[in-house]
Write a protein that binds this ligand. Structure first.
Ligand SMILES: *Cc1c(COP(=O)(O)O)cnc(C)c1O
Length: 377
């Protein structure tokens, strides 16, 4: 089966894990710090804070920026549910915003502007599929309305500029992302004081770490905020350091495969729309396509599966999930709904080659034409 996403793990990761076990220091040590520095360098920023997941990182970013009860946060509905869940975790209210267009599934500036109220305090951008929103336009929007900007860059590790559009950016190293630590994430922030607040809140709000105390650099600790345990451990950081070195090559492969998909789909499946037609910085995290109107997506997915091709949907709109529908009834986002109805995610990962892309596109063309014949009959 050709999978939608697949981690690349091997002997180097095994050796890195064994080295941590041999060393005996398994959490919050030199490797976590080394990984934070190396990841920051990859993103072209001074520093980062490694966390247990992107979800934890998003929660910390909101908390560190002082977003809380009574605040409204603009957020797309076309995203993974963690993006909105964390807004509720800090006691704030998510306000769902439509996408620009089904073929440009990033949060709409116009719809965001229409939904600003006197309670709006932040907007949560999502780098959908790894494509970066327009930094300049969002910064101007945030400035005009006095808003904080937080970027869910879970899809965008390794792209210069990702996570730097606003006040804070958060990356995911979950198993299906562009690089993985199994579970893990990282936070970057424009203001070093915000990043230090994230670092403090990550570890219970404590002012020093066990390592600092054991090494004699600190004798005790104070607690300056009711923080969390959102730490990364040395085993994950060790895997992360190996993966980070490979990330640029993998992202280049993803870019090539995406380009090939675009060409082959235009030839074989001209009625399939591939979003983000205009060039835009991207980590090419997933291969999202839009099926033609009226096509039964499940039947297409079943036909592809029968040919050994896994597919997925990114994403069911958040405002349609039971919890969100009941808590925030009456939300209507026509462009998001159209996008979510037609979107199909095709396999894309660096273990694939040109022949794999070809096989997927031909299988999709067959599935679509047999469905057209079915409709005609
Ligand atoms: C994967 C993902 C997350 C959550 O990342 P975790 O590291 O699993 O917590 C958040 N937002 C988006 C858009 C994601 O794809």
């Amino acid at each position: 089966m050709l999978l939608v996403a697949e981690p690349s793990l091997g002997e180097e990761e095994k050796a890195a894990l064994a080295a941590v076990i041999d060393a005996g220091w398994i959490t919050m040590g030199d490797r976590v710090r080394a990984f934070e520095k190396a990841f920051a360098e990859t993103q072209g920023v001074p520093d980062s804070v490694a966390v247990s997941s992107a979800t934890a990182g998003l929660h910390l970013a909101l908390a560190a920026l002082g977003i809380g009860p009574g605040d409204e946060v603009l957020v797309p509905s076309a995203t993974f549910v963690a993006t909105a869940n964390v807004i509720l975790h800090v006691g704030a209210t998510p306000v769902f915003v439509d996408v620009e267009d089904p073929a440009l599934p990033l949060m709409s500036l116009d719809d965001a502007a229409a939904k600003v109220t006197e309670r709006t305090c932040a907007a949560m951008l999502v780098d959908y599929a790894g494509y970066l929103p327009d930094a300049g336009r969002w910064r101007a929007f945030a400035e005009a309305h006095g808003l904080r900007l937080i970027e869910d860059a879970a899809h965008a590790a390794g792209v210069r500029g990702a996570g730097t559009i606003g006040d804070a950016g958060v990356f995911s190293f979950y198993g299906n992302k562009n690089m993985t630590t199994a579970e893990g994430g990282a936070v970057i922030a424009r203001d070093p004081a915000v990043l230090e607040r994230v670092r403090n809140l990550r570890g219970h709000g404590m002012t020093t770490s066990v390592q600092q105390r054991l090494s004699g650099h600190a004798s005790g600790y104070d607690v300056i905020a009711p923080g969390f345990n959102y730490r990364m451990d040395e085993l994950r950081a060790a895997i992360g350091l190996v993966q980070l070195a490979k990330l640029p090559g993998w992202n280049a492969t993803r870019k090539d495969l995406t380009g090939l998909y675009r060409t082959r789909l235009a030839d074989e499946c001209p009625d399939v729309t591939v979003p983000f037609a205009e060039p835009r910085a991207s980590a090419h995290h997933i291969m999202a396509v839009l099926l033609p109107d009226g096509v039964d997506r499940q039947r297409v997915a079943d036909a592809l599966r029968a040919e050994g091709v896994q597919t997925s949907v990114h994403y069911a709109p958040l405002h349609h999930f039971t919890y969100y529908r009941e808590r925030f009834p009456g939300v209507s986002l026509p462009r998001t709904e159209d996008f979510a109805r037609r979107e199909l995610t095709l396999p894309l990962h660096p273990k694939m080659d040109a022949a794999d892309v070809d096989a997927v596109v031909r299988a999709l063309a067959r599935a679509l034409s047999s469905q057209r014949e079915g409709i005609a009959a």
